[in-house]
Design a protein around this ligand. Structure first.
Ligand SMILES: Cc1ncc(COP(=O)(O)O)c(C=O)c1O
Length: 417
């Protein structure tokens, strides 16, 4: 049989991270590689009770087909949970926020459409968008997020985009642009809170500038925020979507605050765009499992997240602190640098000049520790010195042991080369 692959299938690649995760499943490996939340945070007993209750009280509906928009009660809970005024009618329940990315890609990207992303950015988004064959443009970024000057450069505007919005720009944003325009980017994909992979957070000043600039120029924003609730010392600044809801699609998830196995996320879209995303959702999977939606709606009753999320914050803060201490102890004299994330699950490390994280990885695995080389997260021109460490799944002891082993691998690799 001769199978002829569609052009878009040729754009699909195995996830580098999933390949690395296979190695980390070997017994004895301390893994800083995965993007998995700590299973200690999964409220198993609460789910056992909620499942039993849903089956007893609502079993037949919970096991039936349901509407594509999602369970009304859950959409109302999501709208009430978000810290800006959201109409539950604009909430679409998705099968993980990963599905939100897929739907956004299907609805907004034509082959050759330009899309803007951070440098580096979430690998799963690059994978979700790739089959739609966009021209992906990685914006230059610093510790505070994308650089406004580079955004202006990519858009070909010399004026300060924070100037008052022009009417045509506003119209382009508010009307659904159905013409396949190849030059003006379709959207900018941003992760302002505790970004995956770097752990960085966009400052208030940068949010304001980016948000005002995009609104003025008519550039839509896709804001992905699965980690925003996992702050350690203070909540992050207001979301981009809350500033201009008509200029943004907001993606949220229950994966990091409840459990990823539920595959439950949501998006909030402006009224003009919502029906198209809904049609794409219908075609993709009809609806997100109704049983899971009902169980989560049951769990969320009575403000469960307000009690539960602080326990996750506190656990992850302890683990982040352990990793910072271990890095300080083992890596200083090696000229390795790293950042200090204010929340989330990841920390970003840079190896000394001339070293490559991909080359260090086999030595690290030999020594019993794994990480993800940063190169996986770049749309173009990867920084070979960068790597991502997750601090949430290993125990504090394992963090100390693993970072010492990683330092050993870096030292040996340096001495050999
Ligand atoms: C930035 C980002 N977006 C989306 C996702 C997908 O999450 P979900 O489990 O909701 O599909 C992840 C998962 O790690 C992520 O890091």
């Amino acid at each position: 049989m001769h199978w002829t692959l569609a052009h878009r299938a040729q754009k699909m690649n195995p996830s580098v991270i999933r390949e690395i995760l296979k190695v980390t499943e070997r017994p004895g490996i301390i893994s800083f590689a995965g993007g998995l939340p700590s299973p200690k945070t999964f409220p198993v007993e609460v789910f056992a009770e909620a499942c039993a209750k849903v089956l007893k009280e609502d079993g037949h509906s919970a096991l039936q087909y349901a509407s594509s928009e999602g369970l009304v009660a859950l959409r109302e809970q999501v709208a009430a949970m978000l810290p800006w005024e959201v109409d539950p009618g604009q909430v679409l329940i998705t099968t993980g926020s990963q599905q939100g990315l897929d739907l956004v890609g299907k609805v907004l990207i034509d082959p050759g459409s330009r899309i803007l992303v951070e440098t580096p950015t979430y690998l799963g988004a690059l994978q979700a968008f790739a089959p739609m064959e966009p021209e992906v443009i990685g914006l230059a970024c610093d510790e505070e997020g994308p650089l406004l000057q580079d955004l202006q450069h990519q858009l070909g505007v010399d004026t300060d985009p924070t100037d008052a919005p022009t009417e045509p720009a506003r119209r382009r944003l508010l009307q659904l642009d159905l013409e396949p325009g190849r030059t003006f980017p379709r959207f900018m994909y941003l992760l302002p809170n505790f970004q995956n992979p770097t752990g960085r957070t966009m400052t208030e000043a940068r949010r304001k500038a980016i948000s005002e600039g995009c609104w003025a120029l008519g550039l839509p924003i896709v804001e992905d925020n699965p980690y925003g609730d996992l702050w350690f010392d203070a909540p992050p600044p207001a979301t981009l979507t809350s500033r201009h809801p008509n200029g943004c699609i907001y993606l949220g998830s229950f994966s990091k605050v409840l459990a990823p196995g539920l595959r439950l996320g949501f998006l909030v879209a402006p009224p003009d765009l919502y029906p198209k995303l809904l049609q794409a959702k219908q075609a993709a999977d009809l609806h997100t499992p109704s049983f899971n939606q009902r169980v989560v709606a049951e769990v969320l009753k009575d403000g469960f997240l307000d009690r539960h999320v602080p326990t996750i914050r506190s656990l992850y803060r302890t683990q982040r602190d352990a990793m910072l201490t271990a890095l300080d102890r083992n890596m200083r004299e090696l000229d390795v640098t790293w950042n200090r994330p204010d929340g989330g699950m990841f920390l970003w490390v840079r190896l000394p000049q001339g070293m490559s994280a991909i080359d260090v990885l086999p030595h690290a695995v030999e020594k019993g520790v794994a990480f993800v080389p940063g190169a996986a997260f770049y749309a173009h021109a990867p920084d070979p010195r960068s790597l991502r460490l997750s601090f949430v799944t290993a125990t504090v002891d394992q963090i100390h042991q693993g970072v010492a082993a990683l330092a050993e691998a870096v030292r040996e690799h340096r001495d050999r080369t």
